[in-house]
Ligand binder design. Structure first.
Ligand code: NDP
Length: 400
């Protein structure tokens, strides 16, 4: 029985709070803190109606370490679960070190003024967490998160060596809007407008954005145009599975979505350099976020499925084998259970499970860890129990 402090009251935060509230045997007291307290209160009200549990709420600026330290010292949680934005990762890690509490997040640190994400900044905290006897788990959403767990599980149970890894991420849902992003628009657009990158024969290969496309078949969904993009888990997976000869990440985009994205970029609205507007400095991408639909509000009319999995080729007992492990998640079912759509759901459920692993001692360690370094088996079991059941196909055609 432990106290948990959740930071960030967006779509993912909403799911995390719902799922933690369903498990009072592990999460005995929950506090949700975020920049806008009214959003925390709204989520707390909904949770109280559904489960009769009271959630504490607080206002916090998570860019401010002393404020974080004060809040942590007052509430005294055993761990902080960070589902604010990647910009806040380091300040929250600093506050955890200062107060002696464990840490978990779902996205790696990204500086606000450079559209670049990599693990180096957070891996640099390893010795400090280790020395303090604290555990920090990085990237415990779906991708990164479950995709890392899937890879670790496959490597442990179905292969002697894994050689080729393709992570395939389809959103075959329809939210009825001409253009919307499924999680924070600023972070999402920064991520997908970068050059693509994949790992091959010990080197990173950079390609122009969206320049490699294949129609891939997704179970129960059918063919969807899938594009190679860079995604953060590739960085840690090639480090921790050095037998990999190639690792790529594929994401589906509809033609309409890509047309909107191209226009947004061509007219400068994806820019992160401030421009002067009516005497004020504004960042075009931040302004765009303000006029786009809030991802947290897409759930009500969202239909269809997400399908995310790992397609792996390697050897077992001297023979080449293939393995495909995936989850399909229904946007409608996610909305019924937590009041938000499938992308927030597929991120929030693994974050709750990761926190549960840490608080129950199934995952133990001092230092900074990516999830593939930890035991995948209890996590895989919990995915089946808590809303993200997985399926596997042995020796099927991977199409890749
Ligand atoms: P949202 O933008 O909906 O929510 C972010 C929340 O963080 C908001 O409530 C926001 O406050 C709050 N916040 C932002 N800055 C601060 C700050 N300085 N101090 C305190 N709170 C702050 O994002 P999502 O819920 O969609 O995503 C949350 C995280 O999950 C992101 O880091 C995202 O990258 C990650 N993610 C990971 C995925 C995975 O599979 N691993 C997939 C999808 C998302 P306010 O309400 O005031 O704006």
């Amino acid at each position: 029985m432990s106290k948990i402090l959740i930071i960030g009251a967006g779509g993912v935060g909403q799911v995390v709070v719902h799922k933690c509230a369903q498990h009072p045997e592990v999460f005995s007291k929950i506090m949700l803190a975020s920049r806008t307290k009214s959003k925390c209160d709204r989520i707390a009200e909904d949770v109280e109606k559904r489960y009769g549990r009271k959630i504490k709420t607080a206002k916090i600026d998570a860019d401010d370490v002393p404020q974080l330290v004060k809040l942590i010292q007052k509430f005294k949680p055993k761990m902080v679960l960070n589902v604010a934005l990647p910009y806040q990762d380091l300040t929250i890690m600093d506050a955890c070190l200062a107060t002696g509490v464990h840490y978990l997040d779902t996205a790696n640190y990204e500086p606000k003024d450079v559209a670049k994400f990599e693990y180096s900044w957070q891996w640099a905290y390893h010795d400090r967490f280790k020395k303090a006897g604290l555990m920090a788990v990085l990237g415990c959403g779906f991708d990164p998160g479950v995709t890392n767990v899937y890879t670790a599980y496959a490597a442990r149970h179905h292969f002697d060596e894994i050689h080729y890894l393709d992570i395939v991420d389809a959103n075959a849902g329809d939210h009825g809007k001409a253009f919307a992003t499924n999680f924070n628009p600023e972070i999402n657009i920064r991520e997908i407008t970068q050059p693509g990158r994949y790992f091959e024969n010990g080197k990173w290969v950079e390609i122009p954005p969206h320049s490699i496309m294949k129609p891939l078949n997704y179970p129960e969904i059918g063919p969807k145009n899938s594009y190679v993009i860079f995604h953060e888990e590739l960085e840690s997976l090639v480090k921790h599975f050095p037998t990999l000869k190639r690792a790529r990440f594929w994401m589906t985009f509809g033609d309409e979505y890509l047309t909107h994205l191209r226009v947004i970029q061509n007219i400068g609205m994806a820019g992160i350099e401030p421009v002067t507007f009516k005497g004020k400095k504004i960042v075009p991408l931040e302004f765009l976020k303000a006029v786009l639909p809030d991802p947290g509000d897409l759930g009500e009319n969202y239909t269809g499925w997400t399908s995310i999995g790992c397609r792996i080729r390697g050897v077992k007992n001297g023979k080449e084998v293939t393995y495909y492990v995936y989850n399909n998640c229904s946007h409608e079912a996610a909305y019924r259970e937590t009041g938000t759509q499938g992308v927030s759901y597929t991120t929030g459920v693994p974050a709750m499970i990761g926190a549960m692993m840490m608080l129950t001692g199934e995952w133990k360690g001092s230092g900074v860890f990516n999830v593939e370094q930890l035991n995948p088996d209890p996590f895989m079991a919990k995915l089946n129990e808590y809303g993200l059941p997985w399926h596997e196909i042995h020796n099927g055609d991977l199409e890749l």
